[in-house]
Design a protein around this ligand. Structure first.
Ligand code: SAM
Length: 409
């Protein structure tokens, strides 16, 4: 039961910072769901050592650090899918002097082995929750109590059902500030996460795809990714020291397709999501190309030297800051961004931007596909030649879809 009148958290959560930290004094590294999770679990955590507590899905480290500050002995084990979340935890642990009290781990048995209290910030994907619940049920202590919470608008009854697949009882807390916590006891039928698998025919290439829970598109080909793959050039620049890059690789389908279509080509795939990286590695192994496909967990392409990549396939949601950072990884003189966009209610739109190319080299190229529903925002970012191409294509696709034509101002 939530205890509104008593705040059992000794750590001042307001001292924690989000990541990236834009310096806005009003931005917080915790929310109502985090506070409810901490309140709901406070009694269960009493007398429980840090080494018996695990936290999964912590946004910026508030859950793990509050648990660590309330307990002693050992470290609180933490898994965060997002690299940004992990960096926030590390920074907040440093600023609160709790570095030695928390440890970031992959989503594997050591994360939850013999844990007696597990706090979970609910993922949006039921498959991701299934991986988490199965892992806890397989490896935590038999008396483990799981507190899984989130904002009500992001929760569904399906989450209760997924928890019931692995726990005898699932109780629901009272709602507070538009948040709720599911409380699970009695682990059973545990299992380690296994990626879902599919064999897809993409053009004339058979590609094995693997996906752990929560990865974009699962073990399938997203329509936007198909658009990107269909528009990849026949000749891909690259060699051992300059691999073709699949930026924001998700399940690794673009990198694998490139490597399978071009025997001998080396590819470098990166994503900031731990589940995506694990999936892309599993995809590489399933296609027998792990020796030519490197997969890294990275924020955009931060680990690559500047001006080092001749070819980048870019299939992210529209994120302006990483786009700018990635541009700096392209080799000098990069010139063509063949950015294919798709966003409801518009049909697919293809357009091209051109930058001056002092060296006039035929490459490098960035082939991309992003999701951006703001038409005016998109048009503003492109050169006049790009608008012409975009307009032509959109008029054609508008006729095909029967949608009213858009005004381009
Ligand atoms: C639209 S999905 C595309 C995944 C895959 N390329 C595909 O087409 O199926 C976007 C991916 O971008 C990743 N992502 C978002 N921000 C990122 C960042 N800053 N650095 C690296 N990856 C990022 C997400 O984790 C997600 O896997």
């Amino acid at each position: 039961m939530a205890r509104d009148s008593v705040d059992p958290v000794t750590l001042d959560l307001d001292t924690l910072r989000p990541y990236p930290d834009a310096g806005d004094p009003d931005s917080r590294a915790h929310d109502a769901a985090d506070r409810l999770l901490l309140d709901e679990s406070a009694e269960a955590r009493q007398g429980v050592a840090r080494r018996e507590i695990a936290v999964i899905g912590d946004t910026f480290g508030a859950l793990a650090l509050a648990c660590a500050s309330d307990a002693s002995d050992g470290v609180v084990r933490v898994h965060q899918d997002s690299l940004g979340g992990e960096r926030a935890l590390a920074a907040n642990a440093r600023s609160t002097g709790l570095e030695a009290s928390v440890a970031s781990l992959p989503l594997d048995p050591e994360l939850v082995r013999d844990a007696r209290v597990v706090l979970v910030r609910l993922p949006r994907s039921l498959e991701a929750l299934r991986d988490i619940a199965g892992l806890i049920a397989a490896h935590a202590a038999p008396d483990v109590v799981v507190f899984a919470g989130g904002r009500i608008k992001h929760m569904s009854l399906g989450m209760n059902d997924v928890l019931r697949e692995h726990f005898d009882t699932v109780d629901v807390s009272l709602a507070r500030q538009k948040s709720r916590v599911l409380i699970a006891h009695g682990p059973h039928d545990g299992r380690d996460p296994e990626p879902s698998a599919a064999r897809l025919r993409i053009g004339d290439t058979d590609v094995e795809v693997r996906a752990f829970g929560g990865v974009f598109a699962g073990a399938a080909l997203d329509i936007g990714t198909r658009l990107l793959i269909d528009n990849l050039p026949d000749t891909i620049p690259g060699h051992a020291d300059d691999p073709a890059v699949d930026l924001a690789c998700g399940n690794g389908i673009v990198a694998a397709t490139l490597a399978l279509r071009h025997p001998g080509l080396r590819v470098y795939a990166s994503d900031e999501s731990a589940a995506a990286v694990a999936s892309a590695r599993a995809t590489a192994a399933a296609n027998g190309i792990a020796d030519r496909m490197t997969v890294a967990r990275d924020d955009a392409l931060a680990s690559l030297p500047a001006a080092s990549a001749s070819f980048i396939a870019d299939r992210r949601d529209d994120r302006p800051a990483p786009v700018r950072r990635c541009s700096s990884r392209a080799a000098p003189g990069w010139r063509t961004v063949d950015r294919l966009e798709f966003g409801p209610p518009l049909p697919p739109v293809a357009r091209e931007t051109r930058r001056p190319d002092p060296s006039d080299r035929p490459h490098p190229e960035v082939h991309g596909h992003g999701l951006d529903t703001s038409l005016s925002g998109r048009l503003k970012r492109f050169q006049p030649s790009a608008l012409r191409l975009g307009r032509r294509r959109r008029q054609r696709t508008d006729r095909m879809s029967g949608l009213p034509r858009q005004s381009h101002g």
